[in-house]
Design a protein around this ligand. Sequence first.
Ligand SMILES: *[C@@H]1O[C@H](CO)[C@@H](O)[C@H](O)[C@H]1NC(C)=O
Ligand SMILES: *[C@@H]1O[C@H](CO)[C@@H](O)[C@H](O)[C@H]1NC(C)=O
Length: 406
Amino acid sequence: MKPSVLSSVCFFVLATHGFGFCQSSVQAQHTAQFRFDFSDIADDQFENHQSVPGFELNLDAIRLVQFNLDEDAVWMTERQKLHAKAMGMKYLDITDAPSNFGRLFEKQHFSYPPPNSSLVKPIFPLLSIEEMKTNLKYFSSFRTRYYNSESGRASSEWLLQKIRNYTAELATPEQKAIISVEPFHHGWKQASVIIRIAPKGSTSDPITVLGAHCDSINKKNPYLPAPGADDDGSGTVTILEAYRALLKSKYTPTTPLEFHFYSAEEGGGLGSQEIVAAYEAEGKEIKGMQQYDMTAWVASGSKEVVNIITTGVDTELTEFLTLLVGRYLDIPWVKEQQAKGTGSDHLLWTRAGYQACHAFEGLAVNANNENIHTRQDRIDASHEFSFSHMRQFAKLAVAFAVELSS
Ligand SMILES: *[C@@H]1O[C@H](CO)[C@@H](O)[C@H](O)[C@H]1NC(C)=O
Ligand SMILES: *[C@@H]1O[C@H](CO)[C@@H](O)[C@H](O)[C@H]1NC(C)=O
């Protein structure tokens, strides 16, 4: 069904689900209503006014969009999706999700003993702020990492090459024998990237996953520059640095450990959705997944904290995350619900019945809200952009990885 625009100020979408979509969260034949005000947004705002080459974007494509895990999905155009993004909303685009997404098998449930590994702390001195700066400077120099653009494609190719170079230069022969670094291609230009560390004989063991998203977007218009330094260059470089430190420390896990760099999170979790669906189709179990989406901002005058998100996550894994922060970090945690219509790739794992969690750069009110999704999301936007804060998250990533996979 086509969404209908009822007035120039507000629009309503009446959605009827009779297609077997998203029935894990929505009753079939349910009717939903969706409304927002876009009076500040011109109808042609998202056109390619400057004829920037290298993009594929169909503004009239009809998409099925979910604004909250416990709410019905609604049909709208890509243009209307972008309206929502421009207003600061996040969402999942579940148009292409398999009809049985999340329901292929009953997922195993894991509990998490308190962290107590002696392997974690010796790795911390290997985490380098200089390395993170160099990488993020480069990664945020692509004009945009929009997932269906040529520069978006180039950015994840650079990331893939960077990871392969680290692996070639730093991994021991024992590590090399169990590591693979591969792109995960989608039906758009930018690929996701997956690092797999799979000890021999561990193929049916549950996997520990650290995730971040490698795309970026300018909410005013996807054709405009979007350096995406904080969102989510910071998360990408944070877990990349954790991986580099694990290589340097000669760490080898006993159960599988993976690092995922998801494409098209800004399109509504499109990349992670395809990866979750593929993992589910292969019957894979996940021991725990943690998403790193924005790790750099410490607002002036605010106390430096790790914000542990309590919505769209697994309660036990989230409790474990607070223990990790308490044991290993130099800054305290706070907990906060995420506002309606926000979230990141961990929501796809949660939606599929896996255990996932999310930690964020600060309280929502102190986050980098002014700059993200604009051309100002740069590492030099302000002194509030903190590589030392990112390093705290890199420590958390090392701790999460080692505690769950050793
Ligand atoms: C950590 O706890 C487990 C049980 O939860 C125990 O078997 C192990 O010996 C402990 N390790 C250390 C280093 O304390
Ligand atoms: C990877 O290494 C090759 C060979 O040394 C080099 O040419 C290339 O620039 C490196 N790429 C990245 C992203 O570090």
